[in-house]
Design a protein around this ligand. Sequence first.
Ligand code: CAA
Length: 258
Amino acid sequence: MDYADLLIETHGKVAVIRLNRPKAMNALNDNMMNELGDALRRFDADSNIGCIILTGSDKVFAAGADIAAMANYDYADTYNGNYIGRNWEHILDVRKPVIGVVAGYALGGGCELAMMCDFLIAADSAKFGQPEITVGVTPGAGGTQRLPRAISKSKAMDMLLTARMIDAAEAERTGLVSRVFAADKLMEEAIGVAQIIAAKPLSVAMQIKDCVNRAYETGLTEGVRYERRYFQAGFGTPAQKEGMSAFLEKRKPNFEGL
Ligand code: CAA
């Protein structure tokens, strides 16, 4: 996999996709988003991969949509061309777990892309913000929708209306990120978390992701009903046989290929 605006690594069953436009603070342009969709689709289909990390550099996850590329767009360019909709949301179709790993800035579309990941791990250097109002537009990739769900309406309104950034400690306190690590240990720790997930039965990891997202998109009752079907169906799978037998036999489960 050779891309102009991404760097790719694998660590056993963990794939790492790095946004890589260092001269433009990883601003998200069409080519990068097309490449990201391609890389995500390939890793989702690769049976050797159990968990995907999406990250940037140690300075920036992404400073938003590429302002230089979009500054001269008119309405026909964005509406007829389905700007954002055409290539930013492939990540939502990925069935395997995707962890967003953020060091430095995650702003505007960068924060929105991070929030499309299943959960976020941050360096203590991370800064999150939705400064679109300052460049004269609303957020366009879900910022007004996912941010209030992630951190409460009041905090989200504050960030969206004032354009203020929050640091890693505030992001963890408000639930936007699940864990914070020292910047120099970030990737090692994040890959460790991804390896724990990749060693679990992939089928169950994908079902859990599907259930959580189902509840996120619908209501509690519908979400619990959805979960119950997966739970019951699980008793027809090798993962359940192996997991419960291993517990009773006091040994470690082997979920390879499950
Ligand atoms: N688009 C295009 N280029 C960008 C960019 C962006 N979003 N963010 C930074 N860059 C470029 C700068 O223009 C600059 O390029 P030059 O060296 O050629 O001048 C380079 O990256 C370095 O940036 P700075 O000199 O500004 O670096 P800094 O350390 O002083 O500041 C920053 C860093 C706080 C991230 C600042 O660059 C910044 O505020 N960037 C814009 C953030 C923003 O407004 N994002 C929202 C975009 S709109 C959006 O995302 C819409 C949506 O919802 C989908």
